[in-house]
Design a protein around this ligand. Structure first.
Ligand code: COS
Length: 386
């Protein structure tokens, strides 16, 4: 749903200009130094990029899902590390509070997230629990007006920068499964919380992940999201439904960028006396990429509009994440192929994007998890359970 076309057009144009004039020219340096310059982060704050999805009453821009995916198409045309910096505040780091938090929690944390004053992280994955998220072992034991958290979380995006973490922990350590999991807001400077070494990743340099370790970390009971035990897994799944749609939009934007680069190269590069774009086998790669991107874009926009219409889009979000991330991988591969030897060296962005986009098929649920979600929902619907 588009709330106000004029305001949206202005926002999308501003983002597109910022991407073109600031982010793309600094991509290489960000990758080399593994850091986003503070001046660029400051510009992102000024543009309101940390609060795109947070309601206006908490200081954000309150984009609808359709508006959000349109913004994500634009932002994702630059190296994915930039999107990652604002990604958690707009998505998995804020949505738990927004969807299921108490009014006091929203009022206290959301304005600071919207302004980009603090960064948030989503701490679900553990060394022993990835796809099987409900088997997580981090515990949170009630002690008076506190919960004492013990355990560790792995591959936590933006953890080195984070001011707060949404932490999923087991409040009934003797009970297995999803029903004993609760969600907490944990502040970075809480005694007992420490960080591991930053992970050395395949790509997305400038975006950081690391372990988050809890050793008798005492968190005020008031920081239990929604004030309710045992619903934290559902909170996490609701957050991921939205997050998966957002990542699908990011895949579309990144694929559009890679295809634009590949087309430009194909039209410039001469072989056999003509631009390689004149050769039909190269044209096939361009055409297949264009077609698949168009399909993913249509899917993402449709699912976003349905979500704005209050429909349950758990299935559609997984369909979008599955198709768009796999599509993005194929476009990355073709982009390297069209660049030939130049695609294998770091002079062109194709090589870096090829590594960067590999993560899209893994995080916020692997392609195989999306397949499981889709098929399970189909079966439930056929049984009249959904
Ligand atoms: N929205 C709301 N509730 C949901 C939900 C959703 N999208 N998906 C599941 N639930 C609820 C279920 O209805 C069930 O509730 P009841 O016990 O009241 O019926 C509960 O959550 C448990 O669900 P389920 O039985 O489906 O859990 P499973 O252990 O089988 O796990 C998968 C489901 C595999 C889909 C889940 O663990 C998952 O998404 N794993 C991937 C995790 C992931 O994406 N990690 C990425 C890292 S975070 S960046």
């Amino acid at each position: 749903m588009i709330r106000d076309q004029q305001t949206l057009t202005f926002l999308l144009d501003s983002i597109a200009r910022f991407v073109r004039e600031v982010l793309v020219p600094s991509e290489h340096t960000v990758a080399e130094t593994d850091a986003i310059p503070p001046a660029i982060a400051a510009q992102m704050r000024e543009l309101g990029l940390f609060g795109l999805t947070i309601p206006e009453q908490y200081g954000g821009l309150e984009l609808t899902m359709e508006e959000e995916v349109l913004a994500a198409f634009e932002i994702a045309r630059a190296a994915p590390a930039f999107r990652s910096l604002i990604g958690t505040n707009n998505g998995i780091g804020s949505q738990g509070i927004l969807i299921d938090g108490t009014e006091a929690q929203k009022q206290y944390y959301l304005p600071r997230l919207a302004a980009g004053e603090i960064i948030s992280s989503f701490a679900l994955t553990e060394p022993g629990s990835g796809s099987d998220a409900a088997s997580l072992r981090t515990s949170a034991v009630r002690d008076g007006e506190f919960y004492v958290i013990n355990g560790s979380k792995r591959f936590i995006t933006n953890a080195p920068e984070a001011g707060i973490f949404t932490v999923m922990a087991r409040t009934d350590p003797d009970k297995r499964g999803a029903g004993a999991i609760s969600a907490f807001i944990v502040e970075r400077d809480t005694p007992g919380l420490s960080l591991g070494k930053p992970d050395k990743k395949m790509g997305q340099q400038g975006a950081h992940t690391c372990d988050v370790i809890f050793e008798n970390c005492r968190v005020p009971a008031a920081n239990l999201i929604g004030g309710k035990e045992g619903v934290g897994f559902k909170t996490a799944m609701k957050v991921l439904d939205k997050g998966r749609l957002h990542i699908a939009a990011v895949c579309v934007g990144a694929a559009e960028r890679m295809l634009a680069d590949a087309l430009r190269y194909a039209m410039e590069r001469q072989q056999f006396g003509q631009p390689i774009a004149a050769f039909q086998l190269v044209q096939a790669m361009l055409a297949d990429s264009k077609t698949e991107i168009y399909a993913a874009r249509c899917m993402v926009l449709d699912a976003a509009r349905r979500r704005d219409n209050q429909e349950d889009v758990s299935t559609e979000a997984s369909c979008c994440k599955l198709f768009a991330s796999e599509m993005c991988g194929r476009v990355a591969d073709r982009s390297v192929q069209i660049h030939g030897g130049a695609g294998y060296v770091s002079d062109y962005a194709a090589e870096r994007f090829y590594r960067d986009v590999r993560l899209f098929r893994i995080y916020e649920g692997t392609s195989q998890i999306q397949q499981i979600v889709i098929a399970r929902n189909m079966i439930k619907a056929a049984q009249g359970l959904k």
